[in-house]
Design a protein around this ligand. Structure first.
Ligand code: PGA
Length: 254
């Protein structure tokens, strides 16, 4: 049985004080959502502090980094490696569309980052998604290309660490959403790729989320489908009350 997930990607938002207040407000309510996994991805800078103040948080609360380097150490000014993150995070978000679009991250760089992340036994959350909305409703081949490339660093053993997120770029931060049916179609196609590569068991165990303008209203589009394992939330995760409403919708359907 795959546990449902609600993940908060704070992106480059929050001051130290705001992050403290927000994390505490979420942690206070996480006990109500013990049937699901709650993941917070704050900016790197607040990770250790938040882990410290939430040290007695329930076991269903996890931390994620929003990115990491493809190398573990070296002359790479400004980078942070999976080795440095080990112990501070359970997950690392990789291949987010903002990184692909604004930092020129290619499929092969994303694959290298996944490999570095797996070396340190951290679980990658791999984001994939098309740039423009398809008028036909067909699955954009770019998604399958991204998935195929992202699966390369995995094997039958470490595929268990993988989580995927279908995040169409046109839906991120725009207030536009992929319909639940479309998200389901893409998520099933991603699951099929995992099955082709690593067999049915791996495909049935891998959690695949939807992300892109999810809020307390739109979340119900996705929670009704068994195959959609949860949501990755950006903007709406910056308001504790809204994020908690999203989490309770996800919990409600699990
Ligand atoms: P959004 O971001 O909810 O603000 O659209 C989602 C994401 O980028 O993960």
């Amino acid at each position: 049985m795959r546990r449902k997930v609600v993940a908060a990607n704070w992106k480059m938002n929050t001051t130290y004080g705001e992050a403290t207040v927000l994390a505490k407000a979420i942690a206070r309510r996480v006990e109500d959502f013990e049937g699901i996994d709650t993941i917070i991805a704050p900016p790197f800078l607040w990770l250790l502090h938040l882990k410290e103040i939430l040290s007695v948080a329930p076991s269903s609360l996890f931390f994620a980094a929003q990115n990491a380097s493809w190398k573990q150490e070296g002359a790479l000014t400004g980078e942070i490696s999976p080795r440095m993150l080990k112990g501070s995070v359970d997950y690392i978000i990789l291949g987010h569309s903002e990184r692909r679009a604004q930092f020129n991250e290619t499929d092969s760089l994303v694959a290298d980052k996944i490999e570095a992340c797996l070396e340190e036994k951290i679980n990658p959350i791999v984001c994939v998604g098309e740039t423009t909305q398809s008028k036909s409703g067909n699955i954009d081949p770019i998604i399958i290309k991204q998935v195929k490339s992202a699966l390369k660093p995995f094997n039958r053993e470490n595929i268990k660490r993988a989580m995927f997120a279908y995040e169409p770029r046109w839906a991120i931060g725009t207030g536009l959403n992929a319909s639940g049916h479309h998200a389901l179609k893409v998520i099933d196609a991603i699951r099929e790729e995992i099955k082709q590569e690593f067999g049915i068991e791996a495909s049935e165990e891998t959690r695949i989320l939807y992300g892109g303008s999810v809020d307390a209203q739109t979340v119900t589009e996705y929670t009704t489908f068994e195959s959609i394992d949860g949501v990755l939330v950006g903007k709406a995760s910056l308001q504790a009350r809204e994020f908690i409403r999203i989490a309770s919708e996800v919990q409600g359907e699990s």
